[in-house]
Every structure is written in C-alpha cells, then in structure tokens.
Write a protein that binds this ligand. Structure first.
Ligand code: CAA
Length: 241
C-alpha cells in the first residue's frame, strides 16, 4: 500500500509542486487548501490528486479535515507543513491583523496539523514530517517581522519534535527555501525584487518550486531515515546556515 501524505497549501505554489512530486514518487497524496476553490479544482482536474478544503489556522478544522483524509485514504504517515501566507509591511506600519494572520497560519498551523497525526505515527512506529520554513526565518527580512518570526518558530518546533520522535521511527526536518518563483514572490514590488533581492542570490535567479519539491521527496523517503532535526536549505546560496 502506498504511504499516505498530506501537503498543506498543496494546490498552489511550492505546495503544488510537492503534491505532484510525491504522487510521482508513488505516494497517495491528499492536497489541503485554504480558500481558492478555482485553483484547487483546476489542480485536481490536472493531477487527479484529491483536494481537501480546511483552514490550517483552526485546530478543530484540522482535526476534522485529517479524519476525512484518513477515512478516504488511510492513516497519514507523511505530513508536509507547507501552507503559508505573507502580510508584508514595515513594522511601523504593521497592524495586529497582519501579525496574527501570519502567526496563526504559518506557525500555529504546525501544532494544529501535527498534533492530530502524531499519536498515530508513534503507535505505528513510522512518520515523516517536513516543515517548509524560509531563509527569512533565519536571516530576518525587512517588512517581514511577522513572517520571519513564524518561520523561525519552525526550526525550534522541528528540532524538538525530532528529539521526541527519534525513538519512534518519526523523522522531523525543515526545508529553508529562499526566493522561489511563485505568486508569493512575484507579489513583491518589481523594483524591490530586481534591485534588493535578485542581486543577493549568488546563483542569479529565483528557485523553481520543483527544486524544493525534490528536497521533500528525499526527506520523506525510507533512505532518509537517519536524517532528523536537520534543515535543508534551497536558496541559490543566498543564505547558508
Ligand atoms: N530586501 C531589501 N530591501 C528591501 C526589501 C527586501 N526584501 N523590501 C523592501 N526593501 C527596501 C526598499 O528597497 C526600500 O528601500 P529604499 O527606501 O532605499 O528605496 C525600503 O525598504 C522601503 O521599501 P518600500 O518603499 O517598498 O516601502 P513600503 O512601505 O511601500 O513597502 C514592503 C514595504 C511591504 C516591505 C515592500 O517593500 C515589500 O513588499 N518588500 C518585500 C519584502 C519581502 O522580501 N518579502 C518576501 C516575500 S516572499 C516570501 O516571503 C517567501 C520566502 O520565504 C522567501
């Protein structure tokens, strides 16, 4: 039986590439999404991957969403916490809605999604959790105090759960992408992208979503069983940790 994987935010951007790559690698994939029904329907039609709508910032929605996936596909053995949003603003212009929206969706979602699958993984003695963080959670970023704080939180969560899961066959790792050519990055003002960001990427281009997806496929594989608590960075050399 194919292992079951949930990818949050799995119908667009980096998540879309992860869902497709996992399917290609033989996993039974459930792609969660939060709001864009049209994109999810298009994704489902193109890939055949089932889509599930719930809000990862809400614990009860995660519990019921995961229960539905498990009833349809079987126990979740792989969880990719990918869903994330930006509400960029310089801190002197950041209101509390921008702060809480990002912390709830990007950080509190880790608890909301992982807690309901954790006990099953412990009981079965196998699990793979991959948290998609960001180099901006390591180096900081102007206009992203909220996002960088949430993404920095990914690393503490990853390392702590890696310790707890180690004797139970569960690995927990983080991926730290740099600037990847998705809608999220293309929403950055063009002049900022060209003048302040691209020159800082030694490889000289934005990353491709598939380049992050291939990191996930490796980390969830049986071959990666000795790798836990690590951070795999895919940033074109922009930040090295
Ligand atoms: N790197 C370096 N400098 C930056 C910067 C960045 N990422 N973002 C803004 N700046 C600089 C601007 O160039 C500008 O400098 P000057 O005054 O010298 O021209 C200054 O900060 C103020 O910027 P704005 O004039 O644009 O100010 P604003 O208030 O109109 O907008 C902003 C501020 C919303 C932060 C806007 O600049 C912005 O969206 N910047 C991009 C922030 C960013 O990098 N977001 C990452 C999104 S992608 C992502 O999050 C994925 C991931 O994990 C990497």
């Amino acid at each position: 039986m194919a292992r079951v994987a949930i990818v949050t935010g799995g119908t667009r951007g980096i998540g879309e590439a992860i869902s497709k790559a996992l399917k290609e690698a033989g996993y039974s994939v459930a792609a969660n999404y939060g709001g864009n029904d049209e994109a999810a329907a298009k994704f489902n039609e193109a890939t055949g991957i089932p889509v599930y709508k719930w809000d990862v910032s809400d614990y009860d929605s995660c519990v019921s969403g995961i229960a539905k996936v498990e009833a349809d596909l079987g126990p979740v053995e792989i969880l990719v916490n990918n869903a994330g949003i930006t509400r960029d603003a310089m801190f002197h212009k950041m209101d509390k809605d921008k702060w809480y929206a990002v912390i709830n969706t990007n950080l509190n979602s880790l608890f909301n999604m992982t807690r309901p699958v954790w006990e099953g993984m412990r009981e079965r003695g196998f699990g793979r959790i991959v948290n998609i963080s960001s180099i901006n959670g390591q180096k900081g970023q102007m206009g992203q105090a909220n996002y960088a704080a949430a993404k920095a939180g990914d690393f503490g969560f990853t390392k702590s759960l890696a310790l707890e899961g180690a004797r139970k066959g569960i690995t927990v790792n983080a991926i730290s992408p740099g600037y990847i050519g998705t809608e999220m990055v293309r929403a950055v003002p063009q002049d900022v992208l060209e003048k302040a960001i691209l020159p800082l990427i030694p490889i000289g281009r934005l990353g491709e979503p598939e380049e992050v997806a291939r990191c996930v496929v490796f980390l969830v594989s049986d071959d990666a069983g000795f790798i836990t608590g690590s951070t795999l960075t895919a940033s074109g050399g922009q930040y090295m940790s």
